[in-house]
Design a protein. Structure first.
Length: 283
């Protein structure tokens, strides 16, 4: 979680200095969601499909810090040769798509294919609450349930779509959307990595054994802007949610508060070395 946090903070710095190609959308504040879900998967066979805010999902899946930084810097050592950028990353069974809601029907097809092949694999699609305004999501839920597809709808409810609060976009209870299609839903605190990991472990096991879709609905919050600087939220609201920073929460739970600084220093040293090498080795 600290690696994801520090990596994304560094990407914002690199963007500000003109050293990145394309755009950047960070998940600062939402790290527990990515790490908790990944901890429940068999990363040798399960499929993870991310979205435009996918750095955390990618690092939790692969720990390929250098490949991601190089990709976003447009360097040929990037995971996709430096031509995919932040929103179009693919490695083994990890995929991203920057189009809102586009991953959901794709993952239904992927998970159905794994079911027909008998691999026992589960596929995860990562979504934000803004995606609940897309018809493709509901079509995907309908077919996933109708055809008994082994997949997870992983929802990070960070309360905003770009700068618009969810209350101004959606009527009713978002967490109940999957139940309308007969999809078992698990609601939890997305700032608590233990809660996410526990719920994800159970949901993945049920999807794998029953071939039924599951929905994990995580209440979380994005500390940083939607992209680089377009943030119009009330500062007091952001600070209120920062009181439940997932990294600090885990440190308190595990009695590791004294070790956080040491871990951050190790991560910084790793990032410094990668950025320096990539900067010196520009094509």
């Amino acid at each position: 979680m600290i690696t994801i946090r520090k990596l994304e903070e560094r990407l914002l710095e690199l963007f500000s200095s003109g050293r990145l190609a394309g755009t950047v959308h960070t998940c600062i504040g939402q790290e527990a969601c990515a790490v908790g879900i990944a901890s429940a998967l068999d990363l040798d066979r399960d499929i993870v499909f991310s979205n435009h805010r996918g750095h955390g999902h990618y690092i939790a899946y692969s720990d390929d810090v250098e490949g991601l930084i190089a990709e976003v810097m447009g360097h040929p050592d990037g995971v996709c040769g430096g031509i995919g950028g932040s929103q179009h990353v693919q490695l083994r069974n990890f995929y991203t798509n920057g189009i809102q809601g586009a991953g959901a029907p794709i993952v239904v097809g992927m998970a159905l294919a794994e079911k027909l092949k008998g691999t026992g694999s589960v596929a995860v699609v990562n979504l934000g609450d803004g995606t609940f305004g897309e018809g493709a999501l509901y079509e995907a839920m309908n077919i996933a349930s109708l055809w008994d597809v082994p997949m997870i709808f992983s929802v990070e409810h960070n309360r905003y779509a770009q700068t618009t609060p969810f209350e101004l976009q959606h009527a009713g209870d978002l967490s109940g959307r999957g139940e309308a299609f007969g999809i078992e839903t698990h609601r939890l605190d997305g700032m608590d990595v233990h809660a996410v990991a526990e719920a994800a472990s159970g949901a993945v096991a049920r999807a794998r054994s029953s071939m039924r879709p599951q929905l994990i609905f995580m209440e979380t919050y994005r500390f940083a802007p939607h992209s680089k600087g377009d943030d119009f939220r009330d500062r007091s609201e952001i600070e209120r949610y920062r009181q439940r920073d997932p990294i600090n929460l885990l440190a308190r739970q595990a009695g590791l508060e004294a070790q956080v600084g040491e871990i951050e220093a190790e991560v910084k040293e790793r990032l410094d070395g990668i950025v320096h090498r990539l900067s010196e080795d520009r094509p």
